[in-house]
Design a protein around this ligand. Structure first.
Ligand SMILES: Cc1cc2nc3c(=O)[nH]c(=O)nc-3n(C[C@H](O)[C@H](O)[C@H](O)COP(=O)(O)O)c2cc1C
Length: 214
């Protein structure tokens, strides 16, 4: 059986200038080397227009919640909903996910947030039940690759990290149980140290690739 992966890149830098994208590429190549029965599609949120939640999307959502059928929506409402749902459906169809991004102002880059808005969708990736919300994406694996200037896994900045922590929260909310994180921290430092940390992250990426076939 062929495994389908999505490589979600969220960094406007050129790949050669970005630690997160270089490690992301290393992981994608490691996965491809492990099996020919893998197809990985790349979504570059800085080059592929990600639809934003807009007015027509919100009114469509409200009408649908009130019981309207899709053909009762205005054309612009339907178009807005379809733009978002195309990405939701592509996400649901994949077996594994690789996210590569830098930490910006304690969080994820805004266009990655826009992408997350397209995958956390009620009745598609989670649903409400009398016992509370239930994630619908089971048996999927996500690997997060995050690069940050400072250190958050220990020390005084710990409470400020809302990048990998936010992504883990969203992905587990929609049902994912296997989420691995490769953190490169303290990257705004001397070149040698940055390169050493990047090499270590690339070794972790090689190991993480094995997880997808475990
Ligand atoms: C706009 C911007 C905001 C940033 N905000 C943070 C931050 O809040 N915390 C942090 O540790 N590093 C921050 N950084 C530094 C980057 O996270 C760091 O340089 C990272 O290694 C970049 O990864 P990249 O090489 O993949 O782009 C910021 C960088 C930029 C450009």
């Amino acid at each position: 059986m062929v495994k389908h992966g999505l490589y979600i890149k969220a960094n406007p830098k050129r790949e050669e200038d970005s630690s997160s994208l270089r490690v992301g590429r290393c992981l994608v190549e490691a996965v491809r080397r492990r099996s020919e029965r893998v197809v990985i599609e790349e979504i570059d949120v800085y080059r592929h227009p990600i639809p934003l939640i807009d007015g027509p999307f919100l009114s469509a959502r409200e009408k649908m919640a009130g019981g309207s059928a899709p053909d009762q929506l205005e054309p612009e409402e339907r178009a807005s909903l379809e733009r978002v749902h195309r990405l939701t459906d592509a996400f649901i169809a994949a077996d594994f996910y690789i996210f590569a991004y830098p930490l910006w102002n304690f969080g994820i880059p805004p266009l990655l947030k826009a992408y997350i808005d397209t995958i956390k969708v009620a009745r598609k990736t989670f649903r409400y039940t009398p016992e509370g919300p239930v994630g619908l994406l089971k048996d999927k694996t996500a690997i997060l690759i995050q690069s940050s200037g400072d250190v958050y896994s220990r020390g005084p900045l710990m409470p400020f990290e809302h990048g990998s922590r936010y992504l883990r929260a969203v992905l587990s909310f929609i049902g994912m149980e296997r989420i691995e994180t490769i953190l490169m921290e303290g990257m705004d430092t001397a070149r040698e140290e940055r390169e050493m940390k990047r090499r270590r992250a690339m070794e972790q990426a090689e190991q993480a690739a094995a997880l997808l076939f475990a």
